[in-house]
Design a binder for this molecule. Sequence first.
Ligand code: ZN
Length: 86
Amino acid sequence: MVRKNSYTTVIRRLDPLGRIVLPKKYRKKCEMNVKDDVEMYLEGSAICVKKYNTRCKLCGETDNLIEFKGANLCPACVTGIKRLNF
Ligand SMILES: [Zn+2]
C-alpha cells in the first residue's frame, strides 16, 4: 500500500519482516542503483538510509580505490605501504 501526503513525503507500511521498498524517485535523486550497498543509522528517532561509498580501509578516501585481499585501499596508502620496505 502506498499513500502520499505531499510531493516529498511517502508513507509506506512495513511488511511482516520490517521491509519497505525505497521510493524510486528517492533512489534516483540519491543515485542509488539496484545492488548498491547502503548504510543506515539513527538520527534521533529517524532511520537514515544513504548510499554507501566504499572507503579506503586506512584513511577513508573514496576515489580510485584498489581492492587487495578484501580491503579497499587508495593509491596514496598503497604508495605509503610500498615505502615501508619490509
Ligand atoms: Zn588511503
